[in-house]
Ligand binder design. Structure first.
Ligand SMILES: [Zn+2]
Ligand SMILES: [Zn+2]
Length: 361
């Protein structure tokens, strides 16, 4: 059976499937740029956006960071996908968060979605955890037989149980007309992170988790709520890369885990832009209930997320070499980068980039 790729090349349908257990055959890539993508390429050329590059294979040696989705929070936007990052080390792909649409964001970045073996979830807000299950599902549906593992806060293992149930009808349909020799239960793995410390290690990376300051549960639910939110430090042979996860000001917790990192990938929220966006989305502030809801959301943004100035202070205190801002809140279309970057630069004198989807660092 043959199919046409988007750039017109005939490809065998079987090219989309693994030839062996390791999935070594790279999938056919779409490299032709649309005029829109070309425009984006020119706009962000300084930071090597991937959408416009000839698809460099993920087998390049060394450590590479890809910002796959840079939106913060569950409001979809046109220009930013839901949160996700990839760390590629000697060709191995490690995923950090898996927001909605992550499989497509991997493909856009030129990365083979089938080759993701390890997934790390910072916390169980749905903008971060929505699609690790569907990524695993798509891998299985195109023939993956070797395990893929997700590491996330308590709740991740039970999510996998739910996903297997959700996925079961697809398994039935595909197994009825295609040879699917390995059931998903043997491919999909989940491991709850039980606390801070080293949570994973292999030949490429050592991953350390630290609790950050994203959750401030109200006293009524705090007592029996086991949910945690984490920052991750990835140490490889040539780089240290830290992902802050979602966090508010956090004492020295983020400073400590970011100490001397080569790259700090940090979330950011602009309170003036948040206020403007909330006012635009919630125009009827006339009622006291609406005003109370607005004030509650602003409190959440102030306590549970980081202003540019807070990011700058953390980066300077930790002595990191570079800051990459992501998870933009509100992250509405056509915001200026300077609304986020300028505040960081008041305190941090190294390079700061407001990431967009598909950039490589
Ligand atoms: Zn988030
Ligand atoms: Zn969150």
């Amino acid at each position: 059976m043959r199919a046409l790729s988007k750039n017109g090349d005939a490809v065998r349908f079987s090219d989309f499937y693994f030839d062996n257990e390791n999935g070594d055959r790279p999938m056919t890539r779409i490299t032709r740029l649309s005029s829109v993508a070309t425009t984006i390429l020119i706009a962000f050329a300084a930071c090597a956006p991937l959408a416009g590059r000839a698809a460099s294979d993920s087998t390049d040696p060394g450590t590479h960071v890809y910002t796959l989705g840079t939106q913060g929070g569950p409001f979809p936007s046109v220009q930013r996908a839901e949160p996700s990052n990839a760390l590629v080390v000697n060709g191995a792909i490690y995923l950090i968060d898996a927001g909605n649409g992550v499989a497509r964001q991997l493909v856009i970045a030129g990365l083979d979605f089938r080759k993701v073996n390890q997934i790390f979830i910072t916390h169980n807000h749905d903008d971060h955890n929505a699609d690790w299950g569907t990524l695993m599902g798509l891998q299985w549906s195109v023939g993956r037989r070797t395990p893929v593992e997700v590491h996330g806060p308590i709740g991740t293992e039970s999510m996998l149980g739910g996903f297997l149930q959700y996925f079961a009808p697809n398994v039935q349909v595909r197994s009825a007309d295609t040879n699917m020799p390995v059931p998903p239960s043997q491919v999909f793995r989940a491991k709850d992170i039980l606390g801070p410390g080293v949570i994973y290690q292999d030949a490429n990376v050592k991953v350390t988790a630290a609790e950050n300051c994203h959750f401030h549960f109200n006293p009524k639910s705090a007592g029996d709520n086991p949910e945690k939110s984490y920052a991750f430090r990835f140490e490889t042979k040539d780089k240290v890369v830290v992902f802050s996860g979602d966090t508010g000001a956090c004492g020295d917790a983020i400073v400590k885990i970011s100490k001397d990192a080569d790259i700090l990938v940090h979330e950011v929220a602009s309170l003036p832009l948040v206020e403007a966006a909330l006012r635009a989305y919630m125009p009827s502030q006339a009622s006291s209930a609406a005003e109370a809801q607005f004030q509650g959301l602003m409190r959440h943004m102030e306590a549970d997320h980081s202003t540019p100035e807070e990011v700058g202070r953390v980066a300077a205190a930790a002595g990191v070499k570079r800051v990459v801002l992501t998870h933009f809140v509100p992250g509405r279309d056509n915001e200026s980068d300077s609304a986020y970057v300028d505040g960081v630069r008041k305190f941090f004198k190294g390079p700061v980039t407001a990431a967009h989807d598909g950039m490589e660092f």
